[in-house]
Design a protein around this ligand. Structure first.
Ligand code: 4NP
Length: 172
């Protein structure tokens, strides 16, 4: 899929385009996606695009990223230390141009709390940008899993954020 029209309208060098990654707890999938996309955008010199993340649930607000995610990101050369979990609220729609859900449950919750068509148009599945996605567009929840499950999330996230950066390069 291509980016929502907000980017075309907002895609100027002097304007920040803001992306929010959203999962359930904001301690595993969405912070992994935030850290990886931030690193790729910095490498690409796309400083007009900002990324942050939130959870639809509030249980982990204020906590750092899950230690399993932190050690995995560290091992792959990313810096996960700044993250503190936050909960998504409707005001996030005002502050962001694109809101990417990690799975269908997060998508449904975002749609449920959207206030109008403008909010709705900002929401997409993160993996709608995954060039290798077949079938489900969910990023599998690694919370009850082990290291291999976190590595699987990182593989999906690196591929999908790579495709996202390529899209931004063509638009900015
Ligand atoms: P995340 O993973 O949504 O990728 O951050 C989870 C984190 C916490 C819980 C579930 C999923 N939890 O049930 O507390």
């Amino acid at each position: 899929m291509t980016l929502p029209p907000a980017l075309a309208a907002n895609g100027k060098q002097d304007t920040t385009y803001a992306i929010a990654m959203v999962c359930l707890g904001n301690i595993c999938r969405s912070p992994i996606a935030e850290v990886v996309l931030s690193a790729k955008l910095a490498d690409a010199g796309l400083r007009v695009i900002s990324v942050d993340s939130a959870g639809t649930g509030g249980w982990h607000v204020g906590e750092p990223i899950d230690p399993r995610a932190a050690s995995m990101l560290d091992a792959h050369g990313y810096d996960p230390r700044r993250h503190r979990a936050r909960q998504f609220s409707p005001s996030w729609f005002d502050a962001h141009d694109l809101v990417l859900a990690m799975d269908r449950t997060n998508l449904s919750e975002l749609e449920r709390i959207s206030r109008d068509a403008d909010d709705l148009h900002k929401i997409s599945m993160f993996r709608s940008f995954d060039p290798a996605a077949t079938g489900s567009l969910d990023v599998p929840d690694p919370w009850y899993g082990g290291r291999a499950d976190f590595e699987h999330v990182l593989t999906i996230v690196e591929r999908t954020t790579g495709a996202l950066v390529d899209e931004f390069r063509t638009l900015i």
